[in-house]
Design a protein around this ligand. Sequence first.
Ligand SMILES: [Zn+2]
Length: 210
Amino acid sequence: MITAVGDVMRACYARGWITTRDGNASVRRGKSKFLHITPSAWRKNVIFPELMIRMEFDKDNNLVIPPGKNPSGELHMHWLLQKDIKKTRAVVHAHPTHVVATMYRGFDLQKVCTQFPEIFRYTRVGGLVGPLPATSKQLGEATSKALGLGADGSLKFDIVGQSNHGVTAVASDPWSAYEHIERLDHICEIILKSGVSPEEVENKPKVFFS
Ligand SMILES: [Zn+2]
């Protein structure tokens, strides 16, 4: 599981979804006291298990930063999404090119997904997170809200887009989170290559319904 985090970050890098020091990911096994998270500013194409930072949840469910360690700047977002889980969860944040371009062009990702079964059937896309500064608490809170985070740690969606920035995907393991990003990026690439405008998609009837 922890090895898979490095594999996923390398795959994200190979696809151009992150530049060398971008992106971050965490994993927590169900009910474990520990969260494993990528280090800040480290080259994500060379993440190996021994480089992952292991952080412990204290009695108040806060994360303790080990001395001398520098966890991801998006730690607050990972903490929010991992603190109340019942089952194993992986959280992956990346900047997939076609998704970011699609949001920047003004498309509504949820509306786009009503047009294509390949994403609709397997990946639940939440509402858009507005443009917020990277590594800010506001970004973590808006992302958790858009994912439909409940008090019991449950989520209503698998992935959300963050305007002018990227996506955060959540699943039971790192590769499943990667697949949510891959499906959404593929659909966004199709949309952009079709030449359709955001207004045209807005006016198209829903083909697939939730
Ligand atoms: Zn980012």
